[in-house]
Design a protein. Sequence first.
Length: 232
Amino acid sequence: MKTAATSLTSLPQKKITTGLKRLQEAGITPERWLAMLDADPASMQRLVRYIRTGCPFLGTGVSYDAATVGRTLGFSCECSEPVPKANDGEIVVYYGGWSLGDLVGTGKVVNHLSSERETWKAEPGYYRVLLPVPDSNRKTWSQQAGDEDSMLVRQYDGWQPIPTPVGATALAVYLGISGEDLLKGNFARCDEALPDDRHAALCVDEGRVGVDSDYWGGCSSGRVYLGAARKS
């Protein structure tokens, strides 16, 4: 009876060689491997979380330029800014400053909140997006992003809770191009606050992006993650 290996260093050389080959086939080049070895502890922990949570962009990222966003949503988009390169686990998406109501008008987004929420906008430009932030579920809003010692502050320097129109844009474009739900049936809290300590939350339902309230009232749930963004 074979004894299971309890550490990577105890694996047979054949297994290690096979593993390295599969990593290279998956896009982990020597340059990227060396960058991982030189990563600071916080970056390495983020990588581990991506692996554990099945992030679809492990080892790469995806960028949607203004033209792609425009074609997918039916907007007229022109932007002379260079498209930022997406880092591991990120979506880079162009957001043209449209309101939540504009997104609802495309038929690809449905607003379950009161109609005045459709005026929500954010500053136009390219955004780096994490939808969801890995390992951010089972945490209250305060633990996710609301406190000075929150997960977002400690582990994602320079990132903010995602504005609802930016998150809805990223989800709708990803859904329109891939046909897949980036949130895998879960929810992502957004920056905009609602009454009673709730926040806006995004989901995908019946082929459209849904904008709803955080029914959990800021409490922890296995289905409720945080969405985060950083303007490039």
